[in-house]
Design a protein around this ligand. Structure first.
Ligand code: ADP
Length: 188
């Protein structure tokens, strides 16, 4: 079982929750580009200033900025034995950039599948609970549109280049889904 994983799944699939739980279990960092970018916005860094309006609209922050941010993060000491990437790569060009910078190849991809209707319900609930700036109806539908157009094809990209894609049914409670993730990866 490898420690260098990507989590793939649409908004509301529970990807962040599952990625963070698995990272804790395995003792590797959970690297969420969405969280890093929200932190950059909150801190008012140069990157944050560039990303703020783009994120609110639900669009993708330019690849060069995100690739540089992730490259730097992966170079930190705590990521030397593994990591779980969440929210990156988000399109094929980011995936190619990632392959180009990695010294040790990825072990695989965990893909969380959730029915569309359930996704919407979860997103609306999160919008109420967390009040994130991009969790408006327009922001959510823009992000889902980009997901299906640009991000979902990564499953074929990785499968086509010989990487293992673990497909996990993401419907059900957090514990149930996590049990499936652990089973798929053969960790407990
Ligand atoms: P969600 O999964 O709900 O879309 P994220 O926290 O993953 O939330 O991302 C929030 C926003 O951050 C995205 O809509 C996008 O603007 C930006 N973002 C996150 N990761 C990337 C990435 N890899 N490339 C470009 N933009 C990104």
């Amino acid at each position: 079982m490898g420690l260098r994983l990507i989590f793939l799944g649409p908004q509301g699939s529970g990807k962040g929750t599952q990625a963070s739980r698995l990272a804790r279990l395995m003792g590797v960092p959970h690297i969420s580009t969405g969280e890093m970018l929200r932190q950059a916005v909150a801190d008012g860094t140069e990157l944050g200033k560039k990303a703020d309006a783009i994120m609110q609209a639900g669009d993708l922050v330019p690849d060069d900025l995100v690739v540089a941010m992730v490259g730097e993060r992966l170079g930190q000491e705590d990521a030397s034995c593994g990591y779980i990437l969440d929210g990156f790569p988000r399109n094929v060009s980011q995936a190619e950039a990632l392959d180009a910078v990695l010294a040790t190849p990825l072990d695989g991809l965990v893909q969380l599948d959730v029915p569309n209707q359930e996704l919407m319900q979860r997103m609306l609930l999160r919008a109420e609970q967390e009040g994130r700036a991009d969790d408006t109806e327009e922001g959510i539908s823009r992000r889902l549109e980009i997901y299906w157009q640009e991000t979902a094809p990564l499953s074929d990209y990785y499968r086509g280049s010989g990487r293992t894609v673990y497909i996990v049914d993401g419907y059900g409670s957090i514990d149930d889904v996590f049990a499936r993730v652990a089973l798929a990866l053969a960790v407990d």
